[in-house]
Ligand binder design. Structure first.
Ligand SMILES: CC(C)(COP(=O)(O)OP(=O)(O)OC[C@H]1O[C@@H](n2cnc3c(N)ncnc32)[C@H](O)[C@@H]1OP(=O)(O)O)[C@@H](O)C(=O)NCCC(=O)NCCS
Length: 139
C-alpha cells in the first residue's frame, strides 16, 4: 500500500465495515515500522487490501477486505497467504487475529489457511455488539 492507494482503501473500508478506518488512519500506517499493508489490484483498480502488524516474530492481522463484487474469486485467500508468507519469511512464530463470531465466510477462509480458534473476546465489536473469536496460526 502506498499513498496513491489510500483513498481507494478507505473506500473499501467504508463498503466493508461498520466502523471503517479513515484515510488518515490508513496513511499513518505508511510510516509505521511494523505495518505490512498490501493491496490487490485488478487492471489497476484497487479491489481489496490486507493489513498486518509484525513485531518480534508475531503477526497481528488488522483487516482483510475485498469489494463485494469481487468476492469468492480467491482474492481474499491470496491476500491472507501473502501476509502469511511475509511473516514466515521474516522468522515469524505465529500470526493471530480476531473475527466476528457471525462472520462465517472469513472464518472459513482462515480455517482453510491453517488458523485455529484459541479464544474469545466478549463484546469486542460494536455496531452491532458481538464477541470476537481469536484465531492463531503457528509456523
Ligand atoms: C472475508 C473476505 C475478505 C473473503 O474474501 P474473498 O475474496 O471472497 O475470499 P476467497 O474468494 O479467497 O475465499 C476463499 C475461501 O474462503 C471461504 N469463503 C470465503 N468467503 C466465504 C463466504 N462468504 N461463505 C463461505 N465461505 C467463504 C471459501 O472456502 C472460499 O473458497 P471457495 O470460494 O472456493 O468456496 C470478504 O468476504 C470480505 O471482504 N468480507 C468483508 C470484510 C471482512 O469480513 N473481513 C474479515 C474481517 S476478520
Amino acid at each position: 500500500m502506498a499513498e496513491e492507494h489510500i483513498l481507494a482503501v478507505a473506500r473499501v473500508e467504508r463498503e466493508c465495515f461498520a466502523s471503517p478506518w479513515t484515510a488518515d488512519g490508513l496513511r499513518a500506517e505508511l510510516v509505521s515500522d511494523t505495518a505490512v499493508f498490501l493491496v490487490a489490484l485488478l487492471n489497476g483498480i484497487l479491489i481489496g487490501y490486507g493489513g498486518m502488524h509484525f513485531v518480534c516474530g508475531e503477526g497481528y492481522f488488522d483487516n482483510i477486505a475485498v469489494l463485494p463484487e469481487f468476492r469468492r474469486q480467491g482474492i481474499g485467500r491470496a491476500i491472507v497467504q501473502a501476509l502469511l508468507d511475509f511473516a514466515r519469511q521474516h522468522g515469524g512464530a505465529f500470526v493471530s487475529l480476531e473475527v466476528r463470531e457471525s462472520n462465517s465466510g472469513a472464518f472459513a477462509l482462515y480455517r482453510m489457511l491453517g488458523f485455529r480458534r484459541v479464544g474469545r473476546r466478549r463484546n469486542f465489536y460494536t455496531k452491532p455488539s458481538e464477541d470476537a473469536l481469536i484465531l492463531t496460526k503457528r509456523f
